[in-house]
Ligand binder design. Structure first.
Ligand SMILES: NC(=O)c1ccc[n+]([C@@H]2O[C@H](COP(=O)([O-])OP(=O)(O)OC[C@H]3O[C@@H](n4cnc5c(N)ncnc54)[C@H](O)[C@@H]3O)[C@@H](O)[C@H]2O)c1
Length: 354
């Protein structure tokens, strides 16, 4: 039997609520006798021998007063998290959520840094999932350094620079610890839909005149991205350009608005204007509506299993298997062909079970 994945969390927001509740949803299906191959909403039932509900949450770091000092299973449902409550009986996970980094206390050698490293070690965490609001580069640096010091694999959900930092990547490679990032490519998100449509126009010989992508929603991520959307915009452009699509006439607004009553639903409006035969116009408008944090969790579940399997195999640095689940992978998309990605999955799946 493969040992369950010991997961630590930085930032107990909506992504984590979706992951925690979702893992339980799949455990319930297993108890009901549903075969893994029949699970809905899963890309890969097993990675490195790990199933989608083989997660143990073992430590968490936060700064929000509704979450710090609270049992994890309470914190994950606390305001302002607004992911829906799923129809599952949640397990008791009653370790206490610890105080995370503040800007003033984030240097290696600070008391908080030492406390976070020793908590990760004491919890025997294998992976630290970094899921803070976008735009806190100092925080990403601090958590990534603490994770490395503790020998724990790091997964960056945000568009802030983690695995794309050559210096950080080299340090993780040297220590044989995995570093997976940056920025989730959501399960069926705007980027993959937009990229597919742009590719379709190009394949059919329609010349793109202009295109836009407007995103809005009612969770904290959209509130934050209204003001801190620059990295997100760049990362979304990386995701569109990954198959050689020309993005020079494409405009992206990561958060065109915070609409509270949408809660954790996200709406994206896509428009593509093109020119066909004899310069006559072609126009395409599309509305996509998704459960935003399910869209994240459906990908996070693969990234954390990739990170854990790579750590168990002592494969440090970036893992090619993670490429298509990220908007801005270390080294850029063109480096990773489908064959390289599949070989990487095969290598992780061949890791001896422990
Ligand atoms: N589909 C998606 O939802 C999606 C896709 C791609 C990327 N992302 C990124 O994932 C990240 C998390 O998204 P979310 O919806 O869970 O956000 P969220 O705002 O719900 O959660 C972030 C959590 O981090 C906590 N936090 C803030 N500063 C902290 C610190 N110094 N230490 C510890 N915790 C701290 C906040 O209190 C909050 O609980 C965002 O950066 C988002 O852009 C999300």
């Amino acid at each position: 039997m493969t040992a369950r994945l010991r997961l630590a969390i930085a930032g107990v927001g909506n992504n984590i609520s979706a992951l925690f509740q979702g893992a339980e949803y799949y455990r319930k299906l297993t108890l009901q006798g549903v075969a893994e191959a029949d699970f809905v909403g899963i890309t890969r039932p097993r990675i490195g021998g790990l199933g989608v509900s083989d997660l143990d949450f073992v430590a968490a770091f936060e700064i929000h007063p509704n979450k710090v000092g609270k049992p994890f299973d309470n914190a994950v449902l606390a305001d302002p998290n607004n992911y829906p409550i799923l129809d599952v009986t949640l397990p008791k996970v009653d370790f206490i959520v610890d105080e995370g980094f503040t800007k003033e206390d984030s240097e290696p050698g600070s008391a908080r840094f030492k406390a976070i490293v020793s908590r990760l070690r004491e919890a025997k965490a294998e992976v630290l999932l970094y899921s803070l609001p976008t735009g806190l580069q100092w925080a990403l640096d601090a958590y990534a350094r603490a994770s490395l010091e503790a020998g724990v694999a790091f997964v960056n959900c945000t568009p802030d620079i983690g695995a794309r930092s050559p210096e950080l990547l080299a340090a993780y490679e040297k220590a044989a610890v995995p570093l997976i990032g940056d920025d989730l490519a959501s399960h069926l998100g705007t980027s993959v839909v937009h990229r597919t449509l742009l590719g379709l126009l190009s394949e059919r010989g329609i010349t793109l005149a202009s295109s836009y992508q407007l995103n809005f929603g009612g969770n904290e991520d959209f509130r934050n991205l209204r003001d801190h959307g620059a990295n997100k915009r760049d990362s979304k452009i990386n995701a569109l350009a990954q198959d050689g699509v020309d993005t020079s006439n494409v405009e992206i607004i990561p958060s065109a608005g915070y609409v509270p009553h949408l809660k954790d639903s996200k709406v994206a409006m896509l428009n593509l204007e093109g020119l066909g035969w004899a310069g006559t116009p072609v126009s395409l408008d599309l509305k996509l509506k998704v459960q935003d944090s399910s869209n994240a969790a459906g990908v996070i579940i693969d990234l954390v299993r990739i990170a854990a399997a790579a750590r168990r195999a002592r494969l440090g640095g970036f893992s090619a298997a993670a490429t298509r689940r990220l908007k801005s992978p270390a080294g850029g998309h063109p480096k990773f062909t489908p064959e390289i990605i599949e070989n990487s999955f095969n290598q992780l799946d061949a890791t001896p079970v422990r």
